[in-house]
Design a protein around this ligand. Structure first.
Ligand code: CUA
Length: 180
């Protein structure tokens, strides 16, 4: 086997090219995910007092869940807390932009919605906001994916994606999962 200097150099160049190819492939995958699939890290920066978020304004119990605003914008608000989501089930329409807004009064939680690009941490002191379009109808799981204490594995909610024709909010713009 030839081990003179030129052949060593050629082998090193081959490996450098191969590694350059791997790096380029990863960069292309990242750009494709960001630009074509809209998989981006959430970038909303908005503060909220975790000690009082349930007492007034946006994250009071009455205001949680899905609401169609007067301008047609659809917002679903959720409080993530040890060890539950409030509400436990969200109703959203298929094929429409939905904004999820989440806040935590206690510790760091994380949420994802299976099969979608929704994936964010919920850090006390901040409002997490994610925009998404649900493309398939049916029930999706929304588990907590950040270890938040002994009940972490029980912390699970559902997102019910309804066809446009069945998404009928009440006169106050609100819609919730039917009692089960
Ligand atoms: Cu909340 Cu894990």
């Amino acid at each position: 086997m030839a081990t003179d200097e030129p052949s060593v150099l050629r082998a090193e160049l081959r490996w450098a090219l191969a590694m350059g190819g791997v790096v380029a492939g990863i960069l292309v995958a990242i750009l494709y995910a960001a630009l074509a699939l809209h998989r981006n890290p959430p970038s909303n920066i908005e503060t909220i007092d975790p000690k009082t978020l349930h007492l007034s304004s946006e994250f009071t119990e009455r205001n949680l869940g899905t609401k169609v605003e007067s301008n047609g914008q659809i917002t679903a608000r959720v409080v993530t807390t040890q060890f539950a989501f409030v509400p436990q089930c969200l109703v959203v329409p298929e094929g429409t932009l939905v904004t999820l807004r989440l806040a935590s009064p206690d510790v760091i939680h994380g949420i994802l919605v299976s099969g979608t690009n929704v994936n964010t941490m919920v850090v006390p002191g901040y409002v997490s906001q994610v925009h998404t379009v649900f493309t398939k109808t049916g029930d999706l799981l929304m588990p907590c994916h950040e270890y938040c204490g002994l009940g972490h594995s029980q912390m699970l909610a559902r997102v019910r994606v309804l066809p446009q024709s069945e998404f009928k909010p009440g006169s106050d713009g609100r819609i919730a999962c039917a009692a089960q």
